[in-house]
Design a protein around this ligand. Structure first.
Ligand code: NAD
Length: 297
């Protein structure tokens, strides 16, 4: 199948490589010449612009862009995808953006005869490279069926979450819970240790008791409790604080539009914002535990 791919960053590049490995023909576009050159070396063809990519004989276009402003300009701009694409071409946006923007773009696409899916992912850069991402997909069932085998070359769990925007809704709800649960585990671990507990013994009990969750048993933020997590390597790698902050911003903004209270989500957003402002935005989000622990001089 001939697929167009725009946005060859930390996530998009390995996803595009997996499409090539699966035997698809790929036309690619990115603002970064280096990102494009790397994919061309792997077998893709360079498109000169989003318009040129859309005017080709692509059957599906996938985008993996930083934020809603980029998605809107790439799709809705005068020289963008929608102004140039043939009717019937399936459009899949895997960027993480707010559900309202996703629905706005999908509505325009559908009105001109292009089915569109929002398909944000979880699994990080490791999952993108391994082809084990989870795709949370919003859009019409027929478009989902069409996209399923393509997404399956880049991911392991492909879940249809409902109509347009519902992939983004699922993503922000899950990540808001993750942001909150990480703070909860950090607070409990720091309290236990401050009161004299051994961190590993405490984590062991939590992980077989009612406080257990992914943040405690798979990604524990307390250093020394687990190997192979960011806490074991100075909070490098993993899922950056600024990326978590972006997702909490999306959740709290979406909640505002729906007039839906997110008391803990808003508090979590403020805590990560404060941590980022202190210069720690590049650290893994589990480093939020440092807000609770005395730092060594
Ligand atoms: P990134 O910044 O590494 O890559 C974005 C790419 O888009 C860059 O190569 C940039 O040059 C390109 N780009 C920007 N504007 C463009 C335009 N107008 N036309 C063409 N290309 C353009 O970001 P990333 O880490 O790959 O993340 C992409 C999306 O995936 C984001 O929405 C992010 O929130 C989401 N996401 C990231 C992770 C992660 O761990 N990095 C995990 C899950 C979801």
């Amino acid at each position: 199948m001939h697929i167009g791919f725009l946005g060859l960053g930390n996530m998009g590049a390995p996803m595009a490589r997996n499409l090539l490995k699966a035997g698809h023909r790929l036309s690619v576009f990115d603002l970064s010449d280096t990102a494009v050159a790397d994919l061309v070396e792997a077998g893709a063809t360079e498109a000169a612009s989003p318009a040129a990519l859309a005017q080709g004989d692509v059957e599906v276009i996938i985008t993996m862009l930083p934020a809603a402003t980029h998605v809107k300009s790439v799709y809705l701009g005068a020289n963008g995808l929608l102004a140039n694409v043939q009717p019937g071409v399936l459009l899949i946006d895997s960027s993480t953006i707010d559900p309202l923007s996703a629905r706005e773009v999908a509505k325009v696409a559908l009105a001109q005869g292009n089915p569109m899916l929002d398909a944000p992912v979880s699994g990080g850069t490791g999952g993108a490279a391994a082809g084990t991402l989870t795709f949370m997909v919003g859009g019409a069932p027929s478009a989902f069926e069409h996209a399923q085998p393509i997404l399956a070359t880049m991911g392991k769990n492909i879940v249809h979450c409902g109509g347009a925007g519902n992939g983004q809704v699922t993503k922000v709800a899950n990540n808001m819970l993750l942001g909150i649960s990480m703070i909860g585990v950090a607070e409990a671990m720091a309290l236990g240790v401050a009161l004299g507990m051994d961190a590993s013994v405490l984590a062991g009990v939590i992980n077989t008791s009612s406080g257990r969750c992914w943040s405690s048993d798979t990604y524990n933020p307390f250093p020394g409790v687990m190997d192979n997590v960011p806490a074991a390597r100075g909070y490098s790698g993993g899922f950056g604080t600024d990326l978590m902050l972006k997702d909490l911003d999306l959740a709290t903004e979406a909640a505002k539009h729906a007039r839906q209270p997110v008391l803990l989500g808003a508090t979590a957003q403020q805590l990560y914002q404060s941590f980022s402002q202190q210069g720690h935005g590049a650290l893994d989000f589990s480093a939020i535990i440092n807000l609770y622990r005395k730092q060594e001089a």
